[in-house]
Design a protein around this ligand. Structure first.
Ligand code: EZ4
Ligand code: CO
Length: 402
């Protein structure tokens, strides 16, 4: 089965998405997500200018060989742009192979390991009470797990808090907006938030929190300790992880479970974290970590070390990524949880899909492939709109991690 056409579709039904569509000589097509928030056109150009010319005429069934060809064959390995582009090709080819087999994608991976994929939603508010009310809303919607973020007194804005509660979108401006940050104020506020949430909701709902790469190891250790009475499902991205060994400090000081990895692209970026058992959940997902083919390798290594999966699932990952991730999640033996920020109705209309939410779980459908398609004529009505993630500064103006 030969690849006869591949094209990149950029559309912005409220936010930008990049999608690769591959067509074969047997008339089958498959799609893959290639969205990299704030750097979308770099991946589109990488696909158009460098990968697509190498794909035409290849056997669409040779997923592994094509993956190796694009990864090793480039000489320049890894990085978010390259790996998102490879992921898009890989996802589209898995979609095609599953359609050719007449099976939902999870059947090709090894079949179902569970009846549904537990997801967590995003509750946020300007203060503790508003966040608590939002947690309540997610519990009412049936969620078994909720991530809670709240405003910090004295800071005008912070990561994870937005005016549009259900459809939080961090890429919020034509050029990067600027936020101000104080770790001291943050470390005071977060334990109060979770004390309130446990006193109001008890210990039944899973609660999660994302520190979004803003702390040092010893600060993260202190936060982990101060949150221990509230038994979080996980504390996410407490410290940037370019230096994987640095996580040992956090690990030695707290039993709060640790998650990291949404910005990783390859297994090499989490190998030490996994092999030395410094984390509990790895957050890599299909689009930014080289597709199903590479994500599966990360999960297999993680399984040897008691590390479970917790795929990134923010709104900037398109429904195509979510669909593919759900097939991965329903199969992967060491599944932990799946992040699920709802897409807007406009986005869902551009990407018709067969997955559905039921009582805190997402359920992949039984359609052959990964179950997500793109309505190209509708997509064409939403041209690209430049949008950046914010940048973050300390109170004295020093640029810091966002
Ligand atoms: O900031 O996907 O856990 N979720 C997150 C996200 C990320 C965005 C960046 O594009 O951290 O909200
Ligand atoms: Co995160």
């Amino acid at each position: 089965m030969k690849i006869v056409d591949a094209k990149v579709i950029v559309t912005a039904p409220g936010r930008n998405f990049v999608t690769l569509k591959i067509t074969t000589d047997e008339g089958l097509h498959g799609i893959g997500d290639a969205t990299l928030n704030g750097r979308e056109l770099a991946v589109a150009a990488y696909l158009n200018d460098h990968l697509i010319p190498c794909l035409i005429g290849r056997d669409a069934h040779q997923i592994e060989d094509i993956w190796q060809y694009l990864y090793k064959g480039a000489y320049w390995r890894g990085g978010p742009v390259t790996m998102s582009a490879i992921a898009a090709v890989d996802t589209a080819l898995w979609d095609i192979k599953a359609k050719a087999a007449g099976l939902p994608l999870y059947q090709l991976l090894g079949g179902r390991s569970r009846s549904g994929v537990m997801v967590y939603g995003h509750a946020n508010g300007r203060d503790i009470e508003e966040t608590a009310d939002e947690v309540d809303r997610f519990i009412e919607l049936g969620y078994k797990a909720v991530r809670a973020q709240c405003g910090i007194p004295g800071l005008a804005s912070t990561y994870g808090v937005s005016s549009d509660k259900l459809f939080y979108e961090p890429a919020d401006a034509d050029l990067p907006s600027e936020n101000l940050w104080s770790t001291e104020r943050y470390l005071d506020q977060v334990p109060k938030l979770f004390e309130r949430l446990r006193s109001r909701f008890g210990f039944e709902p899973h609660l999660l929190h994302d520190a979004h790469h803003r702390l040092t190891p010893i600060e993260a250790a202190r936060l982990g300790q101060s949150l221990e009475p509230y038994r979080l499902f996980w504390l996410e991205d407490s410290v940037p992880a370019e230096n994987q060994e640095a996580w040992r400090t956090i690990r030695q000081h707290t039993v709060t479970p640790l998650a990291v990895g949404e910005i990783f692209n390859t297994v090499w970026q989490c190998r030490t974290l996994i092999e030395q058992e410094l984390i509990d959940y790895v957050r890599t997902t299909v689009v930014h970590a080289g597709g199903i083919t590479h994500l599966r390798r990360i999960a297999t290594l993680a399984d040897l070390h008691h590390v479970r999966t917790g795929c990134h699932g923010a709104t900037d990952l398109s429904p195509v990524c979510m669909g593919a991730a759900l097939h991965f999640d329903i199969w992967v033996p060491n599944f932990g949880i799946q992040e699920y920020m709802r897409h807007t109705p406009e986005t869902d209309a551009v990407f018709p899909h067969d997955y559905r939410f039921d009582s805190g779980y997402l359920l992949p459908g039984e359609t052959p492939g990964h179950g997500v398609d793109i309505d190209e004529s509708l997509a064409a009505k939403y041209p690209y709109q430049r949008a950046y993630l914010p940048v973050n500064r300390l109170l004295d103006g020093t640029l810091t991690s966002w």
